[in-house]
Design a protein around this ligand. Sequence first.
Ligand SMILES: CC(C)(COP(=O)(O)OP(=O)(O)OC[C@H]1O[C@@H](n2cnc3c(N)ncnc32)[C@H](O)[C@@H]1OP(=O)(O)O)[C@@H](O)C(=O)NCCC(=O)NCCS
Length: 150
Amino acid sequence: MLVLTEAQPGDAARIADFHMAAFGSNQLLLAQFPTPAVREGLRTSLVEKVQAELYARSPVGYPRNLSFIATDPAYGRCGAGSLLMNWALKRAEKETVPVALESTMDAVPFYERLGFRTEAQISMSLGGPGEEFMPYEERFLVFRPNSFPI
Ligand SMILES: CC(C)(COP(=O)(O)OP(=O)(O)OC[C@H]1O[C@@H](n2cnc3c(N)ncnc32)[C@H](O)[C@@H]1OP(=O)(O)O)[C@@H](O)C(=O)NCCC(=O)NCCS
């Protein structure tokens, strides 16, 4: 059975590891952090960022930022991502707050199943000096609570 619990500052390293495992093959991440050394730097900065956010968290724990949702790939398609998102979306419904995020193409069906709708396409070309440019796409998705006026 899956149980949702609040992360603690001591969980920061594991959260950074999940992020790197889940997004490690993402073309945008690889373009921004092209070598193992800079990716290790990213991991270190993620640990610090997560620790800072967890120490600064308000007791209410309201989800202000729903970017970079990730499940440990070893436990994908077991319902963990939906459990976390439904927790956040229930609060969005209660507070009548829409939720917007950028999604990788792979995750679009996951968000659509939760009630998000695609509102814009994000297209760019990735590549460094002397490299062939490669198209990259994401989607801008919005969840509007039933009680939201528009
Ligand atoms: C997207 C992600 C968070 C989903 O987490 P998860 O814990 O596997 O999700 P769930 O088990 O709750 O999936 C619920 C449903 O969403 C859909 N879904 C989830 N991942 C999917 C995928 N890769 N492709 C198609 N549908 C998917 C399915 O309908 C799934 O139900 P099913 O398994 O019964 O078919 C996870 O795949 C992930 O970490 N991906 C890499 C990082 C990423 O791209 N994050 C989102 C971008 S911001």
